[in-house]
Design a protein around this ligand. Structure first.
Ligand code: HQG
Length: 180
């Protein structure tokens, strides 16, 4: 299996479907690595510890975090399962970006950014990353979020271990669209 295939499986199990291999995540999203490998093997998906470690360390977006003792793993962000990563509240840079596509803009103008199936809206500190995120779905549209008005109005930002900024939602009045 390639790193990418292993990463896709880990993302599925650790963000969305731990039940697919009867894996237990604790309330902070951590899974025991030995248990994960055992359950994967039990579901006919044999992965060695070395393959898992190499896939995690080489992951292009550092999607997974290891516990300091190296025994546990979790997804850094992107969960749809109910976990609390216990990330500290952080002060964001003055501007953050969100990459999306044109077909969502009418709805975003009305409702603001909503997390959909995930637990948070994902924002990035650089425009290029937001362009790539949007481009997964078509021609990217990048929204600009000036963070000061949100901080002033008591919105809280968190930053995942891989640098993705997280916020539960962003109402439309805080969003700057490309045409205005
Ligand atoms: C859009 C990937 C209509 C939102 C990426 C997005 C990222 C609305 C989509 C990470 C809306 C949700 C997350 C509203 C938001 N009406 N559409 N009110 N509010 N949307 O995948 O940010 O490779 O859940 O613009 O790189 O695209 O998986 O979020 O287009 O970091 O590690 O609804 O996923 O990382 O889509 O991507 P997603 P996202 P990974």
């Amino acid at each position: 299996m390639s790193h990418e295939q292993i990463s896709k499986l880990l993302a599925r199990w650790l963000r969305h479907r731990p039940d697919a291999i009867q894996l237990t995540l604790d309330k902070n999203g951590w899974a025991n690595i030995d248990e994960l490998l055992l359950k994967a093997a039990g579901s006919d998906i044999p992965i060695t510890k070395e393959e898992l470690m190499v896939a995690v360390v080489n992951n292009d977006k550092q999607r997974f975090s290891l516990s300091p003792d190296g025994l546990r793993i979790r997804a850094a962000q992107g969960h749809s399962v109910d976990v609390d990563l216990k990330l500290p509240i952080r002060n964001p840079p003055p501007v953050l970006y969100h990459g999306t596509v044109l077909k969502f803009i009418t709805s975003i103008k009305k409702q603001g950014l909503l997390p959909g199936t995930r637990r948070d809206v994902h924002l990035s500190a650089n425009k290029e990353t937001a362009e790539l995120v949007g481009a997964r779905r078509g021609a990217a549209v990048v929204l600009i979020i000036e963070t000061f008005p949100l901080l002033r109005d008591r919105f809280q930002f968190r930053c995942a271990e891989n640098g993705v900024w997280l916020i539960p939602s962003v109402p439309p009045q805080y969003l700057r669209f490309p045409d205005n």
